[in-house]
Design a protein around this ligand. Structure first.
Ligand code: FE2
Length: 136
């Protein structure tokens, strides 16, 4: 079973970003499956690391294009990225230090809700601007 399923309503209308969002969702589903299957701490830690690393790469990609295209909503968008990055790094550190013994459903729900709200809300705001001012 998947935690999140991709559908057209998650599309931001920019192929590169849709592909990256699909990849993020696939990784979140992998983490969910591993939790459900009761996989060990190290395995979960590795999947969590991969998900966080990919999230940061994806954010950097969006930010680069927003900045280079002169997107007026750049600062606010970046703030949202920075807040999530801080939150998940904190979580990652706690997990690896053993302060959190398991990845709870709460953590997965947090990531899922954040991702869905961000993609369908904040991300869709850049579509018109980026489509019209795609940097070369
Ligand atoms: Fe974003």
């Amino acid at each position: 079973m998947s935690l999140v399923q991709w559908s057209d309503r998650l599309s931001v209308g920019i192929d590169d970003f849709d592909r990256e969002h699909q990849q993020l969702i696939a990784m979140l589903n992998d983490l969910f499956d591993a939790v459900q299957a009761g996989r060990g701490r190290d395995a979960l830690g590795e999947i969590l690391n991969r998900l966080i690393a990919y999230t940061e790469t994806h954010f950097a990609h969006e930010e680069d294009l927003m900045r280079r295209s002169g997107y007026p909503g750049f600062a606010a968008h970046k703030r949202e990225h920075d807040t999530l990055t801080r939150q998940v790094r904190d979580l990652q550190q706690k997990y690896h230090s053993g302060a959190t013994t398991m990845l709870s459903t709460q953590v997965l729900t947090f990531l899922k809700d954040w991702l869905m709200t961000h993609i369908q809300g904040t991300d869709t705001l850049y579509t018109a601007h980026l489509t019209a001012h795609w940097p070369r």
